[in-house]
Design a protein around this ligand. Sequence first.
Ligand SMILES: CC(C)(COP(=O)(O)OP(=O)(O)OC[C@H]1O[C@@H](n2cnc3c(N)ncnc32)[C@H](O)[C@@H]1OP(=O)(O)O)[C@@H](O)C(=O)NCCC(=O)NCCS
Length: 168
Amino acid sequence: MICRLPEIGDKDILHAYVQEHYDGNEKGISASLGLAASEYADWVETIQRNALVGDTSWGKSLLYLCFDNGKLIGLLSIRYDLPEALTKKYGHIGYGVKPSERNKGYATTMLRYALSVCRDKGMDKVILGCYKDNVASAKTIQKNGGVLIEENDNYNEGIISQYYMIKL
Ligand SMILES: CC(C)(COP(=O)(O)OP(=O)(O)OC[C@H]1O[C@@H](n2cnc3c(N)ncnc32)[C@H](O)[C@@H]1OP(=O)(O)O)[C@@H](O)C(=O)NCCC(=O)NCCS
């Protein structure tokens, strides 16, 4: 699997990626940082700026396109510079896999890769959140060593989120 920042030339494959979610009646595109709602060139500029200089709220972050055999499989967001106070609100890592490529082990591989990036950045642990009913995401985290540390509905009243810690 190859993970890299988006480029201007990725417009068509990302358009198809978004469309596949819509075709599957999924409204949100996980880890995309508003891809569907932005002008493509502006979005690429934002992602590249976040990687180089960072965002005022969550610091430097990486949004990677993940490819297998040249095919775009999913998006991976790594917020390795997140201020402590925001770790549970955003989580250090987010991911999404396109509907036709799910249940093939890709998210597990992508998270493992994200953890290696966080380790290289000098982190000794990461916090990840997912909704309690998102069994696939919870399993992905657990398979990468995640330990449940908390459950609450602080950020979405009535919707329970789980928070996991992974020591690096
Ligand atoms: C969550 C998501 C990223 C998982 O991606 P994936 O590539 O299918 O995950 P994997 O193939 O690596 O599977 C990880 C584990 O989840 C299980 N799993 C996958 N889909 C599942 C489902 N629909 N229901 C229950 N378990 C599921 C797998 O069996 C595997 O566990 P196992 O090895 O014990 O069998 C994907 O479903 C997705 O993109 N969902 C929408 C976005 C999202 O929820 N992102 C996470 C936000 S916290």
